[in-house]
Design a protein around this ligand. Structure first.
Ligand code: SF4
Ligand code: FES
Length: 274
């Protein structure tokens, strides 16, 4: 399933996959992580129409080596089928399971319970700076639209179309291609918290990728977008985006690169008018 297809209302098949994954540990697997028999979760709940979220507590027994996503799906399966959790791949590739765990953005499927403190409940909330759908799911439409505006549409032509020769310096452009469109960077961004028009780190990293793209096409619209008031110059270099990115995209560095291009483009246009 494409990450774009993953929607909170269609998770039933993946719920079953949790049980399969846990029952087919290969004999050669590394020794199991220590058991964490009782785990207390503090989960943000909000249905459409609720004026604000509230927290609900769950105490469950988890398997050794379980992830936060395993635990959330177990809660839904055994305790509350109305819990809305978005996920798809279960292995940190699709970007759909982003949440805040103990106040920090992370992929739920890539966060082992054994790595979290045991002395307090595990707090799970939806990503910030995005419109809530229900419980732990947020609406990613605006996020995807910003990528689109940065000339990096979600459905893009293959980078290796028939007959294409990858450019020699492709490694310099590989990083944005690692983006799994999870939205963690937007959630962690302090500027996006107060300015909902700020285009955000992922879209700016996409724009930087397009501007540095060797097969240049018309860069005017991308540079114009990057030069807008709520774009590259709005960032205050908090670097939270790079700190939470699970896929080594390094949006903060990409943003600095884009700033250089925007400044150079502005200077060129100024000189051309003289
Ligand atoms: S840049 Fe990183 S954190 Fe942001 S959407 Fe892409 S993978 Fe996720
Ligand atoms: S379920 Fe795909 S990244 Fe977590």
């Amino acid at each position: 399933m494409s990450p774009r297809d993953a929607r909170p209302e269609e998770p039933a098949a993946a719920v079953g996959s949790v049980e399969v994954v846990q029952s087919v540990e290969p004999e050669t697997a590394a020794p199991a992580a220590p058991a964490r028999p009782g785990t207390h979760f503090h989960i943000s709940r909000r249905k459409q129409g609720d004026p604000k979220p509230h927290f609900q507590n769950f105490e469950i027994e988890v398997e050794p080596g379980a992830t936060v996503l395993d635990a959330l799906l177990q809660i839904r399966r055994r305790h509350d089928p109305s819990l809305v959790v978005r996920h798809s791949c279960m292995h940190a590739a699709c970007g759909t399971c982003g949440v805040r765990i103990n106040g920090r953005e992370a992929l739920a499927c890539d966060t082992k319970l054994a790595t979290l403190p045991t002395h307090k409940p595990i707090k799970v909330e939806p990503l910030a700076n995005q419109r809530p759908v229900a419980d732990l799911a947020t609406d990613m439409v605006d996020f995807y639209a910003r990528l689109d505006a940065a000339a990096m549409p979600l459905l893009r032509a293959s980078e290796t179309a028939g007959g294409a020769t990858p450019p020699e310096n492709i490694k310099a452009f590989a990083r944005f291609e690692n983006c799994i469109e999870c939205g963690l960077c937007l959630s962690a961004c302090p500027i996006a918290r107060t300015n909902h028009d700020y285009i955000g780190p992922a879209a700016l990293a996409a724009a930087a990728r397009v501007v540095e793209e060797p097969r240049r096409h018309d860069l005017g619209p991308v540079l114009a977008l990057a030069a807008e008031p709520d774009s590259v110059w709005r960032c205050r270099d908090a670097i939270e985006c790079t700190a939470v990115c699970p896929s080594s995209v390094d949006p903060a560095r990409a943003l600095l690169t884009l700033r250089r291009h925007v400044a150079a483009n502005g200077a060129r246009r100024f000189l051309a008018r003289r």
